[in-house]
Ligand binder design. Structure first.
Ligand code: NAI
Length: 298
């Protein structure tokens, strides 16, 4: 069945270029009314302009779609709330939020200032919190909402020179997990995409022959599925260049020992058993992990 977004209102942050632009164009082409949010700054987060968002809106309108531009920074709670009120006044609801806006301040940890760290956490993690918080009550009232977080292979697996970015990006997976639990009663589903794409963010990080295969449109199928009516919740999909995989936070079966054996020496002696990934679990929530720790089913 064709996935459509007719009568759905979507906000895509950081949609003036790169992946966000591709999501906005695709959502609009499938019937959604789209808010193209973008601060319009440089890759490191400096500067701002409405131009980038407006160009994408013009593209959508020219193709017969509906869209509006917004230049609020995702770090500015008051401006984001204002955007949400404006959208609700004009279009009546907010069904989809794609938290996509992001910046880079890459340096090795030894050279990274606390300010470089805070800025990146502020845009990626707190920006996503701010935007999600601004639409959450509306989604609860509607008993419908789809929220997409954007993580990265750096957050999931690490990358030299990106300690700030990796910390922020894995934080978003943690945010998704609890929001999935809190949103489920209201049909709010929260997922995460881990893209790899040729954008200004990666143009000097990846080799040209790789970039050629990694157009932002290759990530769009995963993002659109994860905000569709039949989306799962709590899923992390890695996407790019035709590849689609899932990432999980897993738990090994481990060991359970009596008090007399609860020593560092036991952990050292049985580290291989503790680490054995055979039959590993994916707990549905934190307390399920606690049950396993206390010697529950393993
Ligand atoms: P991009 O730099 O083309 O797009 C990011 C957009 O966010 C820009 O248009 C920028 O103006 C906007 N933005 C930055 N700060 C903002 C703020 N405070 N408020 C509103 N808008 C703001 O980069 P790309 O690659 O399209 O990145 C999109 C998302 O995907 C980011 O979250 C990035 O971390 C993530 N990502 C991208 C990967 C890739 O391979 N391109 C890999 C993994 C994750």
């Amino acid at each position: 069945m064709t996935i459509r977004f007719d009568n759905r209102v979507a906000i895509v942050t950081g949609a003036g270029g790169g992946l966000g632009r591709a999501y906005a164009l695709a959502l609009a082409a499938r019937g959604a009314k789209v808010v193209v949010n973008d601060l319009g700054g440089a890759r490191d987060g400096s500067g701002s302009s409405i131009g980038a968002a407006q160009i994408v809106v013009d593209e959508i309108l020219a193709a017969g779609g509906e869209a509006m531009a917004n230049s609020a920074s995702v770090t500015d709670a008051a401006a984001i709330e204002k955007m949400v009120h404006f959208v609700k006044d004009r279009w009546g609801r907010i069904d989809i939020l794609i938290n996509n806006a992001g910046i880079l301040r890459d340096k090795t940890f030894v050279k990274m200032t606390l300010e470089d760290f805070r800025q990146v956490i502020d845009v990626h993690l707190m920006g996503s919190v701010t935007c999600t918080k601004a639409v959450w009550e509306t989604m609860r009232e509607q008993a419908f909402g789809r929220v997409l977080m954007t993580t990265s292979s750096t957050g999931l697996y690490g990358n030299f020179g990106q300690a700030n970015y990796g910390a922020a990006k894995l934080g978003l997976v943690g945010l998704m997990k609890t929001l999935t639990l809190e949103g489920s009663k209201y049909d709010i589903r929260v997922n995460t995409v881990a893209p790899v794409a040729a954008t200004r963010m990666t143009e000097d990080l990846l080799p040209p022959e790789m970039l050629a295969k990694l157009g932002p449109e290759t990530v769009v199928p995963a993002a659109l599925y994860l905000v569709s009516d039949d989306a799962p919740s709590n899923a992390v999909i890695n996407a790019g260049g035709g590849g689609f995989e899932r990432s999980y936070v897993t738990l090994t079966r481990g060991i359970h020992v009596d008090p007399a054996d609860m020593t560092p020496e036991t952990v050292a002696a049985r580290f291989a058993e503790i680490s054995d990934r055979a039959d590993e679990l994916v707990p549905d929530n934190g307390s399920a992990q606690g049950q396993v720790a206390l010697g529950g089913p393993r």
